[in-house]
Design a protein around this ligand. Structure first.
Ligand code: MAV
Length: 333
């Protein structure tokens, strides 16, 4: 079977030939503008990572390329971005939670499954290996979306409008989860009542009592002020985020090969930059919100039990997508 790397090289070669033909028609100075999207303002780690990505591409590509990055959900939320990337319209690159791509590639949310990583060290080892290559391949094939790097590194906790610090208090908590079925399965298994709600509707859903909370990382809780409606944070620390920097396959194949190469190199480096940044900022931002009295932070006393309850759900999901060996490979990293 052809590896994803080989597949990509073959694709680059094919575009090289295509580009040679196209070069006859398009003047060498033709400018390319790539449009990106972020749900956040300029202070958020995702936005900074996407800015870094643009800067690095400009540095590595000695041609005319411009970046038009739209912030603050001007172009919608991640579930919109994934459709745009798939169709090759509206945007060319962004950062996406794997769970928001479930519709196109059911195996991709494995990257994002709660309790996948024991700690930061394992998370680091996985992201600096090529363990995720089969999932990248499936995403490219089924969604026409290319992963060019990995950002993330935030730790997700449960936040709610009432105190939740153990399993008993968690029982029956109505909470918003991301759209992938595995997310709802995991939170059901630990006693909550999950519902998939679009990210831009969560604040209102809590305000109006549709749900009592959600799970999220510090940078986003702070950026979107979720603490205003859900001021109790329980340190369930259930996910260390994996957030791919993604590029539309349809756009990518139209670009000059040298620009494609610059994008791949910049994506990898911007991802490393984003991971360092968010890993560092996570605790800092959590503390800022706690010190400001915006969040009341408590330990989750039954945290060890959560993994036991979730493991059979993880195993079942992995088996259903033919990824049992992959899950084992991640666990043994
Ligand atoms: C956070 O803002 C990010 O992890 C983002 O990638 C997710 O889509 C979002 O949470 C969410 O929960 O939908």
């Amino acid at each position: 079977m052809m590896t994803f790397d080989k597949h990509l090289k073959k694709m680059l070669k094919a575009t090289l030939i295509g580009a040679a033909i196209a070069a006859l028609a398009v003047p060498a100075s033709a400018e390319t503008t790539l449009r990106g999207a972020s749900m956040f303002d300029g202070q958020h780690a995702f936005t900074k990572t996407l800015v870094k990505f643009g800067d690095l591409v400009t540095k590595y590509y000695h041609g005319d390329v411009k970046f038009d990055l739209r912030l603050n959900s001007e172009l919608g939320v991640e579930k919109d971005y994934v459709t745009y990337l798939n169709q090759g319209i509206a945007i060319d690159y962004t950062i996406l939670a794997p769970s928001n791509m479930a519709r196109f590639a059911p195996s991709i949310p494995l990257m994002d499954m709660p309790f996948l990583f024991r700690d930061q060290a394992q998370w680091n080892r996985v992201l600096s290996s090529n363990v995720f290559a089969p999932l990248e391949k499936e995403l490219y094939k089924k969604a026409d979306i290319l992963i060019v790097g990995y950002a993330g590194g935030g730790t997700r906790n449960i936040i709610s409008n009432r105190k939740v610090s153990n399993l008993k208090e968690l029982a029956g908590l109505k909470m918003r989860v991301m759209g992938a079925p595995i997310q709802a399965q995991v939170f059901s298994a630990i006693g909550a009542i999950p519902s998939a709600i679009a990210y831009n509707e969560v604040y209102n859903a809590i305000q109006t009592g549709v749900v009592s909370g959600l799970e999220n990382e510090a940078s986003s809780i702070q950026d979107l002020k979720f603490y205003e409606v859900a001021p109790y944070l329980a340190k369930t620390e259930h996910t260390i985020t994996v957030r791919p920097i993604v590029f539309s396959g349809k756009t990518f194949r139209k670009l000059p090969p040298k620009l494609q190469a610059a994008i791949m190199k910049a994506g990898k480096e911007a991802g490393e930059y984003g991971r360092k940044l968010e890993t560092h900022e996570d605790a800092v931002k959590l503390k800022q919100m706690a010190d400001a009295g915006e969040l009341k932070v408590s330990e989750f006393t039954d945290r060890d039990k959560l993994l036991e309850m979730v493991k059979p759900v993880q195993d079942k999901y992995a088996a259903s997508i033919g990824a049992t060996a992959l899950l084992e490979a991640i666990r043994s990293k």
